[in-house]
Design a protein around this ligand. Structure first.
Ligand SMILES: Cc1ncc(COP(=O)(O)O)c(C=O)c1O
Length: 386
């Protein structure tokens, strides 16, 4: 029903992915497959709702209506079988802000915060910019599959107050199983480490896998988990700055709420509310089709790399639209890989080392693009790496 093959020019719309290529890569001609938004049109049921509201022509102070909350509660129930209550839900203007607020709310300068690298790099700045101590619990890569290093986590949890979890994981694409999440959560509970479960990609689960919200695993785990969700990745509305933090533990929620009140930022964005409600109400079919299409992009790229490139491999993805390509067999340094990609292949990927330890030798590629863009990326890669 939806056409994901359509290529839409995005130049000159003040978008980061295309219009900041010169700034980020020093080459405005790279094919941009880096920052995590999609090159697909935001679905029509969202644009219609936004345009309808925009046509009213007065954009004054607004509040989130009951229908907004109900649409989210019903969506999460339908898609994840998780029954939320309205009073658990707090608004933030993004997940990265929410993560930074959690640092201020639950930790003190100097406290240790664990991240499982390679991981979404704004986790590092949330720790370092706020004077907390970064503790890396590197994932294990074995036979092309990433897993958590629980022995290392056991040791490091003793020195930490908080853990940032990427569930599912950006950039390695794991859809963590309930067993893995349980083991992680129990180690955190035992050591009084609060889990901030960043589930922004929770709707982007590839065919054959199922997302487990960390907070549902047991009553104790529920009480120790702060969950972040958003419609921004799901429906390609990151520019509307709208996300939700779910906290069932009354004490933790009141503390978080107090941080939000002090900053006075909860009123949010009128269009973000309208778009979220429309997405959560009408988005099932579009999302199912999108996931099938993105899954086929992964299959296409994985097969081409395996058959036509001697030294590149795509890590098997279970979730997100972000592919993680292993360049280690090229024997090249990270700098040589980066320079070749930008200046010879003219391909704009996310550089592995920015994701922390374990990122060296890898590049992240955004596959939420029309198939012809993936084909073009392959042709560009061939000029250097085949
Ligand atoms: C794991 C993860 N968390 C958070 C974000 C961004 O969150 P926001 O734009 O809501 O601040 C991203 C975007 O790529 C992400 O991958």
């Amino acid at each position: 029903m939806y056409n994901f093959d359509k290529r839409i020019p995005r130049e000159n719309t003040n978008n980061v992915k295309y219009d900041l290529r010169e700034t980020y890569f020093g080459n405005k001609n790279v094919l941009p497959m880096w920052v995590a938004d999609m090159d697909f049109e935001t679905p029509d049921f969202i644009t219609k709702a936004v345009i309808e509201r925009a046509n009213h022509l007065i954009y004054g102070y607004s509040f989130r209506p009951e229908g907004y909350y109900q649409s989210m509660i019903n969506w999460v129930k339908r898609r994840l079988a998780w029954e939320l209550q309205k009073e658990w839900l707090l608004f933030t203007p993004g997940i990265v802000p929410a993560i930074n607020f959690s640092v201020h709310t639950y930790t003190h300068p100097g406290d240790g915060i664990i991240v499982q690298t390679p991981v979404y790099f704004p986790f590092f700045s949330a720790i370092k910019n706020n004077g907390r101590k970064l503790i890396e619990n590197q994932l294990i890569l074995s036979d092309g599959q990433y897993t958590m290093d629980f022995d290392d986590l056991e040791k490091k949890a003793k020195d930490a107050k908080m853990l940032f979890l990427s569930n599912p994981h950006n950039p390695v694409g794991r859809c963590w199983t309930s067993e893995e999440l349980q083991q992680l959560s129990e180690i955190c509970l035992k050591n009084n480490v609060i889990v901030i479960s960043d589930e922004i990609h929770n709707d982007l689960i590839l065919p054959g896998f199922r997302h487990t919200p960390t907070a549902i695993l047991s009553d104790e785990i529920t009480q120790n988990t702060v969950t972040c969700i958003a419609p921004s990745k799901t429906f390609n509305i990151a520019g509307l700055s709208t996300s939700t933090v779910i906290i069932q533990n009354d004490t933790l929620r009141k503390k978080f709420e107090s941080t939000l009140e002090k900053l006075h930022i909860s009123s949010g964005n009128l269009f973000g509310t309208v778009a979220s409600q429309a997405g959560y109400t009408h988005g099932d079919r579009w999302l199912d089709e999108l996931l099938k299409y993105v899954g086929e992009n992964f299959n296409y790229l994985g097969n081409v790399l395996e058959n036509e490139f001697s030294s590149l491999k795509l890590i098997k993805a279970e979730a997100t639209y972000l592919g993680w390509i292993d360049f280690r067999e090229t024997g090249m340094t990270d700098k040589a890989i980066k320079d070749s990609l930008i200046h010879k292949a003219e391909l704009g990927l996310s550089h592995g080392p920015i994701f922390g330890s374990g990122g060296s030798g890898f590049q992240r590629i955004n596959l939420a693009v029309p198939r012809s863009v993936v084909e073009e990326a392959v042709e560009r890669l061939k000029t250097v790496f085949s």
